[in-house]
Design a protein around this ligand. Structure first.
Ligand code: SAM
Length: 164
């Protein structure tokens, strides 16, 4: 964002290590570790745009996702944009079997799965993502192929939503 001329850019994460990496790579930007997520240390209506890139995949629970989006709605100014980029349900056998295995053991939406190293992640039904953003006006939606952190190709979606 700053490379494209935006002068007031800040980033937050739960992870102190990632915030430290952000500060090292972009010393002029503001980065903060969230002390009590999803609460953001910012006044209401103080941002024009919020980018949520591959964050929902790390928040498998419906209610926790709704709380996060409500907090983003609070900090966005009227007419502000929320840009969500995330992974959707995959139809290959490896993913379908891990969705099924997780859903059979735990009460979780289809698409939640555990990685081999123990992280619990979620791939989304696009209809669920649209429903999550139902308080916003959906401006644009498109599908794309992305590389995951462990090198697999995955299907993703990007949704652009405007605060009413
Ligand atoms: C897959 S990583 C994506 C990181 C970065 N957005 C990117 O695109 O490279 C997901 C990140 O979401 C963070 N995260 C998970 N829950 C969060 C929450 N409630 N608020 C803020 N960040 C969260 C995790 O700590 C992790 O760094």
């Amino acid at each position: 964002m700053s490379d494209h001329g935006f002068s007031q850019v800040s980033g937050v994460d739960l992870s102190p290590a990632l915030i430290a990496r952000g500060r090292r790579s972009q010393p002029d930007l503001r980065f903060e570790v969230l002390e009590s997520p999803p609460a953001l240390p910012c006044p209401s209506a103080s941002f024009d745009v919020v980018l949520l890139f591959a964050v929902l995949t790390c928040i498998p629970d419906d209610e926790a996702q709704r709380e996060l989006v409500a907090e983003l709605n609070r900090v966005l100014a009227p007419g502000g944009l929320l840009y969500v980029s995330d992974l959707i349900l995959q139809d290959d056998e490896r993913n379908r079997s891990r969705y099924t295995a997780y859903a059979e053991r735990f009460s979780a939406p289809y698409g939640v799965f555990a990685t081999e190293d123990g992280a619990v992640c979620r791939h989304h039904d696009i209809a669920d993502l649209r429903a999550l953003l139902s308080e916003f006006d959906l401006v644009d939606e498109h599908r794309l192929d992305v590389a995951t952190m462990n090198g697999h190709r995955s299907r993703g979606v990007q949704l652009l939503a405007r605060k009413r």
